[in-house]
Design a protein around this ligand. Sequence first.
Ligand SMILES: *Cc1c(COP(=O)(O)O)cnc(C)c1O
Length: 361
Amino acid sequence: MSSRVYNFSAGPAALPEEVLSQAAEEMTNWHGSGAGVMELSHRSKEFVSIAEQAEQDLRDLLQVPDDYAVLFLQGGASGQFGLIPMNLLDGKSSVDYVHTGQWSKKAIGEAQNYAQVNVVASGESSGFNAIPAQSEWTTSADAAYLHYTPNETIGGVEFSYVPDSGDVPLVADMSSTILSRPVDISKFGVIYAGAQKNIGPSGLTVVIVRKSLIGNASAATPDAFNYQKQMDAGSMFNTPPTYGWYIAGLVFQWLKSRGGLTAMAEINKRKADKLYNTIDSSAYYTNPVDRDCRSWMNVPFICGDGSRDAEFLSGATAAGLHTLKGHRSVGGMRASIYNAMPEAGVDALIQYMEEFERTNA
Ligand SMILES: *Cc1c(COP(=O)(O)O)cnc(C)c1O
């Protein structure tokens, strides 16, 4: 595997090499069953054991309380943008959203098809480089829920705290930060995440929802996306994304073997700190995000005036540091350093950045 590169893709993102190797070994014959996981019926005892183990491991990692359902669905985080209001409105007419960047903007746009959306705070005046203080949010007690995006994957802006939503259920799009550190699930009504950042392959969407919020979906909600129907069926109302579920399970075991989320938080913080330190201590690289809301997972930066970004990127690719190009809407660079990015990958990036600065600044 010496030809593997350090892959800084924002998503689909790198997976732990150990997980890929194990999946490769089991590809054609899972645990002596004579068939690969992709070929197993989702109702087979083999797949049911994979599914149950994965759910249990995720519950253990996040310490999910018993009064929460864990759903393994399809449709991506973007699917949830519409499914959240469909499942949670429960006759209410308004919902509260925090606008901190491009993903929350998309969530807001979709929710507007179903409800009156109050944008309770917006980072616009800071160019979305800061998160408005919670004391300034104009939340309302009769909103069906309060939605926010704990980590804006494109802007690299992350909440360092869980907002207090009072009695209003808190809903979080955790696509790019779930499993990066421990989190108190009991503070949330719903957490959802597309798998392809920090869980597993694309095609799987994890939804963790407080059971008391389930059962009020609007009549127009497709059955396959109705939280009640999926919870009652153990996420097998229809065929679930079986292979993604299996790979996610291998990732959960890998996380447990590394000491769980407390250990991951320590590693992730160290990786992010050293990268931001490199940027801040150089006069050449810049990251525009306020220090108290910089993402541990997605680190955008530019070189000097931005005119050498293309050169930086081609040199990086040649050095085995791939997919560092920033999102098409912002340009520059973005290093996504999820759980599966080894610390050695961040060290290699830092070394390359220092070398590039020496020869180009
Ligand atoms: C990637 C991402 C999405 C979109 O996920 P899909 O699974 O492609 O729909 C939504 N929200 C956040 C925060 C993301 O990082």
